[in-house]
Each structure stands twice: as structure tokens, then as C-alpha cells.
Write a protein that binds this ligand. Sequence first.
Ligand SMILES: CC(C)(COP(=O)(O)OP(=O)(O)OC[C@H]1O[C@@H](n2cnc3c(N)ncnc32)[C@H](O)[C@@H]1OP(=O)(O)O)[C@@H](O)C(=O)NCCC(=O)NCCS
Length: 193
Amino acid sequence: MRLDGLVFREAVEPDVPVLQSFRNDPGVNHFMVRTHVDPDDLRREWLAVPHSPTDYSCVVERDGQVVAMGFLDIVDGSGQPGHPTGTDGVIGYVVDPRAAGQGIGTATARALVRAAFDRLGLRRVTAAANADNVASVRVLERAGMRRERLSLKALWHQELGWLDEVEYALLDEEWDARGPDTSRAPDVRTRAT
Ligand SMILES: CC(C)(COP(=O)(O)OP(=O)(O)OC[C@H]1O[C@@H](n2cnc3c(N)ncnc32)[C@H](O)[C@@H]1OP(=O)(O)O)[C@@H](O)C(=O)NCCC(=O)NCCS
């Protein structure tokens, strides 16, 4: 998919060192539930994505360089026995800190939401963030998601203890009602060198 001047695609072997170079950055892991990712696990997991029926994670490319990763997993909703399965999506994203603050996080969330509804036909998309992750909360709001839940002291953090968590969601009917995308596209800026 192409959107907002970025390319969203499956990862290939040459992308792995770049992904490894920022996925375990301390500033990134401060906000991640899954903290340190073993480099071999990272390679194995990303190269397995094209073969997975439920994992649509992607790398994000700007001007030929990988600058972020997006996560999109198809999951089951919850409910009584017999509920439909594989109907919901969970999204997430990590922007290379060297490319932060340039609209890439917002563009990535917009692309993941669009892929979930328009390409995968999902019913409901959610995303969660530490309540104090101001940039991520802003990304979700800019992507048009709706704040649905604030869970107090719900998330354990190694340095900070129990943290509040926010969850955002969007339903397919809300997406459809929106019509042509009128939300404000991020101004994805080319990084000054
Ligand atoms: C959160 C993250 C994805 C944001 O990506 P980004 O490309 O820097 O975000 P954008 O440039 O699209 O900016 C989105 C908004 O956040 C704001 N923002 C960006 N960095 C910020 C910061 N450090 N503090 C406060 N606000 C910030 C921007 O001003 C913008 O707000 P605006 O729309 O009002 O102008 C990125 O910082 C990141 O990967 N963080 C570490 C991993 C993480 O937190 N992932 C999400 C887990 S839920």
C-alpha cells in the first residue's frame, strides 16, 4: 500500500538489520509491553509474516529507506461460544527514533486502519497505549480512532510500576460512514540532513 508518501510492504531479509537497529532502542522499549526482542527472534518473526494467515505487519519505507514498522494482527472477538472468529484487528507501530516527529507514526496508523477495513474486511480495530504515551495517543486520534477505555493501573512497567492504559477503537460502520478520507493527512516531512 502507498499512502501519505510512504510505502507499506512486507519485510524482506535486507530490512532485518534496520529493524534490529531501532526496535530495541531504550526510548522505544520504554513504551512497549514486549521489551527487548532477541535479534534472531526478530528476523524469524518478520520473515514469517508473509506466510501467516493472521499477521499483516509491515515495514514502512520513505524514499527507499525503512523508517518504521507497523503491526496488524487479526484476532478473535470475544463472547459466547459460536462467536465469529478472525473478525477483529489490533494495530501498533514503532517509528525509528531518528525519523520521529515527522508524521510517520500518524501515517502508519492511518494505513493500518485503512488496510484492516478496506483490504481485510475486518469488523473492529483496536489499539492500546500507555496513557502517558502522548505521541502515541495523538497518533491514534489523528488516525481517526475513538477513545473507548481508560484502564487504571492496568499495565505493569519495569521502571514505573503499574501504569494506566488507554484503548482506542473503530468499527467498520464508523469507517464506512466516514466516506472518502477527509481526515487531515500528516505532513510527512523528509528528514533534514
Ligand atoms: C509514538 C510514535 C509512533 C509517534 O510517531 P511519530 O512519527 O513521532 O509521530 P508523528 O510525527 O506522526 O506525530 C504525532 C503527534 O504526536 C506528537 N508527538 C510526537 N512526538 C512527541 C513527543 N515526544 N511528545 C509529545 N508529542 C509528540 C506530534 O506533535 C503529533 O501531534 P500533532 O498531530 O498534534 O502535531 C513514536 O514516537 C514511537 O515509535 N515511539 C516508541 C514506540 C511506541 O510508543 N509505539 C506505540 C506503542 S502504543
